[in-house]
Design a protein around this ligand. Structure first.
Ligand code: AVJ
Length: 302
């Protein structure tokens, strides 16, 4: 992880993976982002689930093996337990300690559901242990986190999910849709500056990881919708010429030079369905909000 970080910082176009946004404070700041009036995705997706949960449950059926990718606090899946009645719940996350405490709480509440927490970076491999039932696997990937991947990487991830589905599996996924640039720009550059703090906090996290000397005051948050690439880009921009040093390396940044910290791709319904189809999924059903801002999609292995 240190080597990956240092290599990104030293590249001609400096970058750092968005996974470094999520230390303890970063996770709290993201929770705060979800409360912002400008940040519509969380609220919009929740409203879609609320409005169509019954229909979704009928489409999916009972007794699934519910595999929650990037489960975090497991709250989104837990809200579906009563309606979905899964046989087994398998939350997957890189942040193992966070996951463990969430699952312990859920076990008390839902003793009838077998729970198998897994610490794994599913963005690189989908190695599910044999404790995970093979029957009726339902991969749950809400929040439009798929948007952090390039379309090529996203297609590869869907392919790995497809493989792990066995013959009778499916996928329930949330995807943020292309919309007016002004709405997207505001969602990632809010008036209160919470997203700015979330982005800048990565530098504090990197200081801890690499023993680096980033001063957050030397950097500013830059986020905008790149229409040509259908993606939000988040960057950290140097406010002055400066040098950053860390154990085993250093780099000069000129004023205005940027570190690319995140992409958040936006899809059209058609474009996303096409990607699902190419990955071997079919019989897709979709649900959206009135404004057509966010898409929830269920598809089966074909
Ligand atoms: C957690 C990746 C879905 O891309 O909207 C929110 C992260 N970044 N504000 C997103 C994020 C800035 C979020 N995802």
């Amino acid at each position: 992880m240190r080597a990956e970080l240092a290599a990104g910082l030293l590249a001609p176009q400096a970058s750092a993976s968005p996974k470094f946004l999520y230390d303890a404070l970063g996770s709290k700041l993201f929770e705060a982002i979800c409360e912002l009036p400008e940040y519509y995705p969380t609220r919009t997706e929740a409203a879609i689930f609320d409005a169509h949960l019954y229909d979704m449950a009928r489409t999916i059926g009972r007794g699934t093996t519910l595999i929650d990718l990037g489960a975090g606090n497991c709250a989104k899946a837990a809200r579906m337990f009563l309606m979905l009645q899964p046989l087994q719940y398998v939350p997957v996350d890189i942040s193992v300690d966070f996951l463990r405490s969430a699952v312990d709480g859920l076990r008390q509440q839902f003793p009838q559901i077998r729970m198998t927490g897994i610490g794994m970076d599913f963005s690189t491999e989908m190695a599910l242990p044999s404790a995970v039932r093979r029957e009726k696997r339902l991969f749950f990937y809400p929040g439009s986190s798929i948007g952090n991947f390039t379309p090529e990487q996203a297609a590869a991830l869907l392919g790995r999910i497809r493989e792990a589905c066995q013959g009778d599996g499916g996928l329930l996924i949330g995807v943020d849709l292309v919309k007016d640039k002004a709405i997207l720009d505001a969602a990632y550059d809010d008036g209160l500056g919470v997203t700015a703090a979330f982005n800048l906090n990565m530098l504090r996290h990197v200081n801890g990881l690499l023993d680096a000397d980033f001063d957050v005051r030397d950097w500013r948050h830059a986020a905008f919708y790149n229409e040509a690439a259908s993606r939000i880009e988040m960057h950290l921009e140097a406010r002055r010429d400066l040098t950053v040093r860390w154990t085993g390396g250093e780099r000069r940044f000129a004023e205005g030079e940027r570190i690319h910290t995140e992409n958040s791709y936006k899809y059209t319904r058609q474009g996303f369905l096409q990607m699902l189809e190419r990955a071997g999924f079919g019989a897709a059903r979709t649900w959206t909000d009135e404004q057509g801002w966010f898409l929830v999609c269920h598809a089966r292995v074909v």
